[in-house]
Design a protein around this ligand. Structure first.
Ligand SMILES: C[S@@+](CC[C@H](N)C(=O)[O-])C[C@H]1O[C@@H](n2cnc3c(N)ncnc32)[C@H](O)[C@@H]1O
Length: 342
């Protein structure tokens, strides 16, 4: 299948991102869609934003390339090249590179990074979540060089492993990355990072050691990562993002952006879920997310829902405070129930 309608939402978000990253109508950037299939992602970015003067699209599969070449021929300013994207990239560098392969982006990452201009953006999708989110932990270590987080927090762990990989690879080439937008969605994760000069700037990359970690419990392992532990996005770019109009899926994009913007106010890695919190603390009933958020705020902590899970709550409160506050809420509820029975 060369056109995946299930990813239309994701392409809408991509259009909204590029419009926000490159506001105004300069049409002065170059772009490369590395694994283009029929070209729908790159061609939409070219046609629906005012960012690009030229766009290159590469694809190795013959059948997909035939459709891609016809689509590009109808779109002046774009060119289709039949190429294996694991080989050296097309000559020159691009201000925007989009890598959206099937499965792992790793075979293409080196070329995509090299082809992205300093000051430009590299967008990467990874659908190898079983590896990134820990279902195949040995493969995560072998391929990405990280100990993964398994279970409910695994997808966010995978997102942070991908960002770590990009940061370390960029650093080796004397550059650094800054995430402008990074998210988990269904079976994949996707990041948009700005490539900046200077590989000597310390990256927020590190391992999480169980004994020293005061965030949400990650599991039974003594160590996780290395992971990207910094912010997942640039709030200024995300604030400028507007749902792309012609797509007709604006409400879904707007819903995502609403929650994502709130979440950026609490850039703590990982989140709590009422069910697992109640199970760990032995509470008879999980607290409601909203009550927990309010109680954390009343105790002087920041807390916000996350886009990753509908019931997830990110907070800057240390775990001991989260536990204390959740227990107090459960106690309140029990005494309320007792009063109702009395
Ligand atoms: C997930 S699809 C791209 C989807 C596209 N971005 C979209 O939104 O419709 C991945 C594409 O990568 C192509 N591909 C796989 N290996 C490749 C390689 N080594 N070089 C270039 N393209 C490759 C596949 O043929 C497939 O068309």
């Amino acid at each position: 299948m060369f056109y995946n309608p299930g990813m239309a939402w994701d392409r809408d978000l991509g259009v909204a991102f590029v419009r926000a990253w490159a506001p105004g109508g300069a049409h002065d950037r170059t772009g490369w869609d590395v694994t283009a299939a029929t070209g729908v992602r790159g061609l939409r970015l070219f046609g629906e934003t005012a960012a690009f003067s030229a766009f290159t699209l590469t694809e190795s599969n013959e059948r997909a390339f035939t459709v891609l070449a016809a689509n590009a021929a109808r779109t002046p300013g774009t060119r289709a090249i039949r190429a294996d994207a694991r080989e050296p990239p097309p000559p020159g560098s691009f201000e925007y590179v989009d890598l959206d392969p099937y499965g792992s982006p790793l075979p293409f990452l080196d070329g995509a990074l090299r082809a992205t201009a300093t000051g430009g953006v590299l967008a990467v999708t990874a659908t190898d979540l079983p590896v990134l989110a820990g279902a195949q932990a040995a493969a995560t270590l072998r391929r990405y060089g990280a100990r993964p987080v398994r279970g409910r927090l695994g997808p966010e762990g995978g997102l942070r492993i991908l960002l770590m990989r990009l940061a370390l690879d960029a650093r080796r080439a004397g550059r650094s990355v800054r995430p402008l937008l990074a998210y988990v969605r269904g079976h994949y994760v996707r990041v948009y990072v700005l490539l900046e000069a200077g590989g000597d700037r310390p990256d927020p990359v590190g391992t999480i050691e169980d004994g020293a970690w005061t965030g949400p419990p990650l599991g039974p392992e003594p160590r996780y990562g290395p992971l990207w532990l910094g912010p997942l996005a640039d709030p200024a770019v995300v604030a400028r993002m507007e749902p792309a109009e012609p797509a007709g899926r604006g409400a879904e994009v707007a819903g995502f952006l609403g929650r994502y913007r709130e979440e950026l106010e609490v850039p703590a890695p990982f989140y709590y879920e009422p069910n697992s919190l109640a199970a760990r603390l032995g509470l008879r009933q999980p607290p409601s997310v909203e009550r927990l958020r309010e109680a954390l705020a009343a105790n002087g902590f920041r807390a916000a829902r996350t886009h990753v899970r509908s019931e997830g709550l990110r907070t800057d409160a240390p775990r001991s405070d989260v536990d204390r506050i959740a227990r107090a809420l459960a106690g309140e509820r029990q005494s309320q129930n007792a009063r109702v029975r009395a």
